[in-house]
Design a protein around this ligand. Structure first.
Ligand SMILES: [Zn+2]
Ligand SMILES: [Zn+2]
Length: 99
């Protein structure tokens, strides 16, 4: 899960950086749904502590988060996947360019 955390807060990346605070934690999309901890590790998104479970900005306060930002957890997951892919492409490009 290190690679996901390296992205930094995905909510901040999407334009809400002014609210960010604390270290980056990895949120699981099935947090708090009473599922066993066998859920897929790919369903994770990096968020700062403020955007994780702190009031008033945290994604754990689902309704207010969604109302305020118009972002769902699936939007955040899609952005995370895109950011991971972009990082991968940058790494590949670096390996290919002789400097
Ligand atoms: Zn944040
Ligand atoms: Zn969480």
């Amino acid at each position: 899960m290190g690679r996901v955390a390296e992205i930094g807060c995905i909510v901040g990346l999407l334009g809400w950086q002014a609210e960010c605070g604390g270290r980056t934690v990895v949120h699981h999309l099935r947090d708090g749904q009473g599922m066993t901890d066998r859920a897929d590790d790919f369903l994770t998104i990096p968020v700062c502590e403020a955007h994780h479970d702190r009031q008033p900005f945290g994604i754990h306060y689902r309704q207010s988060f969604r109302t305020r930002t118009k972002l769902t957890e699936l939007d955040l997951l899609a952005a995370t996947i895109r950011a991971l892919e972009l990082r991968r492409q940058i790494e590949v490009a670096r390996l290919r360019s002789p400097e």
